[in-house]
Unconditional design. Structure first.
Length: 264
């Protein structure tokens, strides 16, 4: 019945000809003899949210409404292509960070003591979680740019830790907590300055992106700035502190294992 009402009434057969107004010629598809409507496209204007999550929620809402009507078809908009991608980003980010972290730790295990490798993995995880808090504080959205920089973070942040770990454990596991100050001082004297220069040069290299007119470049600066800051803190503060705590714990637990070893 709705086909006999305007504007579709103009598309019905009139004598031996079928009149299809130009307005709807690209939106209406008839069968071979033009007696039955096969497909119909309906267009509307929408206002998208300024946030990534708002656009994802809008896409889901539109598709739910379309599916609830029981119509054979789908709801499509060009913006939905990006919303569908952004919806999958959390899954992509989690799997990418896990695989990248495993690869980084496995590679570091070839050159470091097992305790140093464990602390390196712990520092990388700390940097990743700190970046998520950094994104919330600086209102950085989850999109393709942040996905790329988060994937870079695992490989870039480990640089500030692995050199310190190699310098500390180069001669093997320290004999006790009394050796830790000298070993940490040796690591900072031999590799600390080079690591610090690398962090400062990276900061200077991306500093100009902070005033870039393009939003993508400014997001890239925010993420790299956080990676360098948290990576340097992990290498110069977090790693030595965790290493000292581990040595104190090993020193405290050593008497518990000595009687058992003597009995053997």
């Amino acid at each position: 019945a709705f086909l006999r009402a305007a504007p579709f009434s103009d598309c019905l057969r009139s004598g031996s000809e079928t009149v299809i107004p130009m307005t709807f010629s690209e939106d209406v598809v008839w069968n071979a003899d033009r007696s039955r409507l096969q497909a119909l496209r309906s267009r509307t204007t929408v206002f998208l949210s300024d946030t990534v999550q708002g656009r994802i929620d809008f896409m889901k809402s539109v598709r739910r409404q379309f599916e609830s009507a029981g119509l054979p078809g789908f709801a499509y908009a060009y913006a939905f292509l990006f919303s569908s991608r952004d919806e999958k980003l959390w899954e992509l980010i989690s799997t990418t960070l896990i695989y990248a972290g495993i690869a980084v730790v496995a590679t570091a295990a070839f050159f470091n003591h097992p305790l140093g490798t464990m602390l390196i993995g712990f520092c990388v995880v700390m940097v990743d979680f700190s970046l998520f808090a950094w994104m919330i504080a600086w209102q950085v959205p989850i999109d393709a740019v942040t996905f790329i920089t988060l994937a870079i973070a695992a490989g870039l942040s480990v640089d500030y830790v692995v050199h310190q770990a190699h310098a500390v454990f180069h001669g093997g596991l320290p004999s006790g907590k009394a050796d830790m100050p000298a070993l940490v001082e040796h690591a900072l004297d031999t590799t600390g300055m080079s690591v610090l220069k690398g962090a400062l040069s990276t900061l200077l290299g991306v500093m100009l992106l902070s005033v870039a007119p393009t939003h993508v470049f400014r997001l890239f600066f925010k993420m790299l700035f956080g990676i360098v800051i948290f990576g340097a803190l992990a290498g110069f503060v977090f790693f030595p502190a965790c290493l000292t705590l581990c040595m104190h714990a090993m020193e405290a637990l050593r008497p518990c294992f000595l009687p058992r070893q003597a009995a053997k």
